[in-house]
Ligand binder design. Structure first.
Ligand code: GLC
Length: 643
């Protein structure tokens, strides 16, 4: 620490001590945590803001929120300090859902916790539930208030109660923290509109096009179809407002220390309602600098470290998950590199793995997957990936040009191929996705669609061909097997456990119709889900998939070598289309083999890192004698350990 940081640290420690008349256990715990982590708070704050001014304000806030933190949550803090790797463990399984589509509201969720628990999930991400703007709210990502829930979901007190119920069932609660922007109906924006200078400075507002035009030269567009450009004229503030996403989502100005302090309070309030993990929505965009694409700037990591440390001291039960849908070279910084290693987010989405799984399936080839995975640096061993096959968003075909080039492909053509393949335009493809956001100059586009529809299950059902259906289900399940086998929290997207297909009903809702991501956001058909959970109608698609998801979950829970503290090494097997995941762990090496092609493939024993003789397959649960090798049927996989 610099000399001035030392001084601020000492003053803050003193301020903290003086804030408590009696040295209760929980007060002493807070003081100890500040002693342990205060440096990680003050350093990044000194990089970004006037720390001498801001830190005392934050300590005051911390004390106030600490006093409000209830005993149950303080107990949870202690438990998590004793088990800091809770989210890295093989038994940590994620489930992601829109509350309204899953259970209507929180009261409904309380009734459905048993479903989540029976599935084996231990981590539940409720997509945005805070009060959104009315009408189109980008699925709740345009937040009107961070201090209330969407009115029909329940109250903040209901949230606290549901968190308790989830905790009792062994399930952690994740919520979104949308921190790049607020809805223009948010109080801060309203005050800015009313002419309040303090709140005008919460946003980026320019009187004319001069500065916006300069920024635009290097800014990409996120939603070119329905929200072109990055700035929107607003009559009330009489200026151009920075709006990276939709016109109704105003980017907040993180270079303003008041904004930082506001979000510390928002985080504390959510933590005190029992939230265990915050998904930092669109975190990559939170810092702006002229001449850059205003994504992944170093200050983003400084401010994440500061927020993370603030909440770590106040509420150590809470962790952060970075939603940074960025390339291999940039994503590592979200888990911490250099002096920030292990000090920023605890979790980050593994977007590349998701894209590479779909890409390998379409191409029937794993060379690019292996190369792209080799691009990843080691991540801090206290962090983990969130792995996924589908989520509520579209798939952007993030194939790196130079990676493609090195395996003899052209990046642009491969991205076009994937978009064609997954919308069924490519000859022989049975995928049923739809185009999302076409880039005018290149023709490149992203893809929406449910996992099952992308994997060909929808087409196979229409075909009424049992062989086709079997193949499509296997294709879908091999994707999930890789997601569950990689290490880190596998995030099961609601409905994928029963293979839900595309749902076109959003087209009739004017607040959703123009955004086809709603095609893969269906409501939960409870009759089907409950029947599948009970194993009824064993030949139905839903029951078959549910059974196979359950096998993956129970296999995973029993394998210590899937702890996220150890990294997966990805190798492409010699047989085209075969991928091998090696997890070398003192608890026993786990070798996973995947055939991502639609042809049978031979896997030779000498590719299996010394595995031979009697081996056990964990997902399908059988033993066999490994001699020279074995054949994998199309889309078949094996998770093997020495018996
Ligand atoms: C994230 C969300 C996405 C939303 C965007 C803007 O990327 O996942 O659904 O549109 O942020 O908040």
């Amino acid at each position: 620490m610099s000399e001035s940081a030392e001084k601020i640290y000492a003053a803050a420690a003193e301020q903290l001590r003086k804030s408590f008349a009696k040295p209760s256990r929980s007060n002493l715990d807070l003081i100890d945590r500040f002693a342990r982590w205060g440096e990680d708070l003050i350093n990044p704050i000194s990089e970004l803001y006037d720390a001498e001014m801001l830190v005392p304000q934050l300590i005051e806030l911390m004390v106030a929120r600490h006093k409000e933190r209830d005993e149950k949550l303080q107990q949870r803090d202690r438990a998590r300090i004793l088990e800091p790797d809770w989210f890295q463990k093989p038994d940590c399984i994620g489930y992601v859902a829109y509350l309204d589509l899953f259970s209507k509201d929180l009261a409904g969720l309380n009734e459905k916790i048993s479903y989540v628990k029976a599935l084996g999930a231990t981590y539940m991400h409720l997509l945005p539930i805070l009060e959104p703007r009315p009408g189109n709210s980008d699925g709740g990502y345009a937040v009107k208030s961070y201090r209330a829930l969407r009115a029909d979901f329940g109250t903040m007190q209901d949230l606290r109660n549901t968190a308790d119920k989830l905790h009792e069932a062994g399930i952690s609660l994740t919520l979104d923290l949308v921190l790049n922007h607020v809805a223009f109906e948010h109080e801060w924006a309203q005050k800015a509109k009313a002419g309040d200078k303090k709140y005008r400075d919460y946003f980026y507002i320019y009187p004319d096009r001069e500065i916006p035009d300069q920024f635009e030269q290097t800014l990409p567009e996120v939603f070119p179809d329905f929200a072109p450009g990055n700035f929107t004229w607003d009559d009330e503030v009489n200026g151009w407002v920075w709006t990276t996403f939709n016109a109704f989502q105003w980017d907040v100005n993180w270079s303003n220390p008041n904004v930082f302090a506001e979000y510390c309070d928002v985080i504390a309030n959510l933590a005190n309602h029992g939230v265990d993990c915050l998904r930092l929505d669109a975190i990559a965009f939170t810092w702006k600098r002229m001449g850059t694409n205003c994504q992944n700037l170093p200050e983003v990591h400084a401010l994440t470290q500061a927020l993370r440390t603030f909440s770590r001291i106040l509420s150590p039960a809470l962790i952060f998950k970075a939603e940074a849908i960025v390339g291999p070279a940039q994503v590592g910084a979200y888990l911490g590199e250099g002096e920030r290693a292990g000090k920023v987010s605890d979790l980050a989405y593994h977007n590349s793995l998701m894209v590479q799984i779909w890409s390998a399936i379409a191409a029937g080839d794993t060379g690019l997957l292996e190369l792209a995975m080799s691009r990843f640096q080691a991540i801090p061993n206290s962090t983990a990936w969130g792995t996924y096959l589908r989520c509520h968003d579209d798939i952007g075909w993030a194939i790196d040009d130079s990676d493609a080039h090195r395996v003899g492909l052209n990046g642009h053509e491969h991205r076009m191929f994937l978009a064609d393949y997954y919308t069924g335009k490519f000859f022989g493809s049975d995928a049923r996705g739809v185009d999302f956001q076409v880039e005018a100059h290149s023709g490149e586009r992203r893809t929406s669609g449910s996992g099952a529809s992308l994997a060909g299950i929808e087409a196979a059902i229409e075909d009424k061909d049992p062989d086709h259906l079997r193949l499509a289900i296997n294709r879908f399940m091999i994707g999930y097997a890789m997601v569950f086998g990689f290490g880190g929290i596998p995030l099961l997207y609601m409905g994928d456990e029963i293979g839900l297909l595309n749902d076109h009903s959003y087209e009739a809702d004017p607040s959703k119709a123009e955004d086809n991501r709603w095609i893969h956001r269906p409501a939960m058909p409870w009759k089907v889900a409950d029947a599948a959970a009970a194993g009824k109608d064993p030949d139905s698609v839903a029951t078959q998939i549910r059974r196979r998801v359950s096998s993956l979950i129970s296999a995973r829970k029993g394998l210590q070598s899937l702890h996220a503290g150890v990294a997966t090494k990805v190798r492409a097997g010699h047989g085209q289309g075969v991928a091998i995941f090696e997890r070398l762990h003192p608890a026993g090496n786990l070798i996973q083999v995947y055939n991502l092609s639609n042809q049978p493939r031979w896997v030779a024993t000498d590719e299996l890192s010394g595995l031979w003789g009697r081996v056990h397959e964990h997902v399908f649960d059988f033993d066999f004698e490994l001699n020279d090798g074995f054949t994998l049927a199309p889309y078949e996989s094996r998770w093997l350990t020495k018996n």
